[in-house]
Design a protein around this ligand. Structure first.
Ligand code: TXA
Ligand code: MG
Length: 352
């Protein structure tokens, strides 16, 4: 299959943009696969109400078929066609954070095929906050199922070239709308019970949920996956974001972390190994050797989140043999950042 790669100019919604949106929308409606940017990461879109289209998403990504897809809508009135029951807490969360980086899990209506929900009777729904994503969903005139547009197990794509790397030749079209803003996938929250449960941490934090609903729980498996708990979001149980090289998170006082990593760089280089390091603006000058990827200022969590996945991809490209990453604060958005880093490192932490 030939994959069309098209740049979209969001500042100028001219005739070319309208034509592109029309063609991409038609492709989706007819069962095709179109990758597009959202404010979190790039999604791989298909008609959510067409079971064959959903099945082809799993095939293109190499994704296990029990891992349900997120259904994207552009207008709130589409929600009641898909969700069987919308609780008061769900309504409050929608008012506060849609459109935005928040996915809600509802009891599903029959119109949503089981192929889209990985066989579950619930459906995950999100209204993204990205002009192109919203325009595309409207143009498709159908809800759009869209997992992150990567090969299963690889870091989620934050740039169109990442999608190209993974899915060229496997999907119909990639729309390049520039780098995504948040860089970490949406917060997934189960709102089928009275108290909302966070199944996957994201930019909408537990504190932000609690501020509008008064109460929130977090799926214990989010924090304790290494302890063997079964997560309630099926996707959270799979090996994720894994770089090609083994990765370790180094935890401790800043100076001790730098000393440890520098020691390792030296030891590895004797063996001819190339060491990759995920560092910050504060530490970019202190490492001696290796491939350094600076993901931003420690105080600026938005920058850390935005650059994390592309850092993991860059380390693959550079062909490093082993990776060390600094440890980050786990408060607020930091919880989502550390959740992804821990998964990428298969929970290997070195305390110094
Ligand atoms: O930011 C995002 O959410 C991106 C963009 C493209 O919107 N999408 C995304 O999709 O990250 P995906 O498929 O990579 O991750 C979906 C997550 C998985 O962990 C999946 O198990 C969970 O949502 N999920 C989906 N439907 C669910 C359901 N009915 N019950 C529980 N978890 C569900
Ligand atoms: Mg994904």
């Amino acid at each position: 299959m030939k994959t069309e790669f098209i740049k979209a100019d969001l500042n100028q919604k001219d005739e070319k943009y309208q034509d592109l949106l029309k063609r991409a929308g038609e492709l989706i409606r007819k069962g095709g696969l179109v990758a597009f940017p959202t404010e979190t990461v790039y999604g791989l879109g298909a008609n959510a109400l067409d079971e064959k289209a959903s099945a082809s998403i799993y095939q293109a990504k190499g994704r296990p078929s029990d891992n349900p897809l997120i259904v994207h809508i552009a207008d709130i009135c589409d929600l009641s066609n898909l969700a069987a029951f919308i609780s008061e807490n769900a309504k409050k969360l929608i008012n506060a954070y849609w459109p935005g980086p928040m996915t809600l899990v509802f009891e599903k209506k029959d119109i949503v095929p089981l192929e889209t929900t990985g066989g579950l009777n619930t459906v995950a729904i999100r209204m993204p906050r990205h002009t192109l994503a919203l325009d595309l969903i409207r143009s498709a005139r159908t809800p759009v199922a869209a997992p992150s547009a990567n090969i299963s197990g690889r870091p989620s794509p934050t740039k169109a070239c990442h999608v190209m790397e993974d899915l060229n030749g496997r999907i119909d079209m990639i729309i390049d709308g520039g780098e995504t803003g948040i860089g970490i996938e949406s917060t997934v929250i189960d709102v089928t019970a009275k108290v909302p449960i966070i199944l996957r941490p994201g930019y909408v934090t537990g504190e932000m949920v609690e501020a509008v609903t008064g109460d929130v729980k977090t799926d214990p498996a989010v924090a304790g996956e290494s302890a063997g708990l079964k997560p309630r979001a099926p996707g959270m149980k799979y090996h994720h974001y894994a770089p090609n090289a083994p990765m370790y998170l180094v935890k401790g006082e800043a100076a001790a972390v730098v000393k440890y990593i520098n020691q390792k760089i030296k030891e590895h280089s004797v063996k001819g190994w190339l060491t990759g390091i995920i560092c910050t603006e504060e530490t970019k000058e202190v490492y001696q050797g290796g491939v350094l990827i600076n993901i931003g200022n420690r105080e600026d969590e938005d920058a850390l989140g935005k650059h994390l996945f592309s850092a993991l991809r860059e380390l693959n490209e550079k062909g490093v043999d082993i990776i060390y990453s600094e440890f980050f604060n786990e408060e607020g958005f930091g919880q989502a950042i550390m959740n992804r880093l821990l998964k990428a490192a298969a929970y290997q932490i070195i305390t110094v």
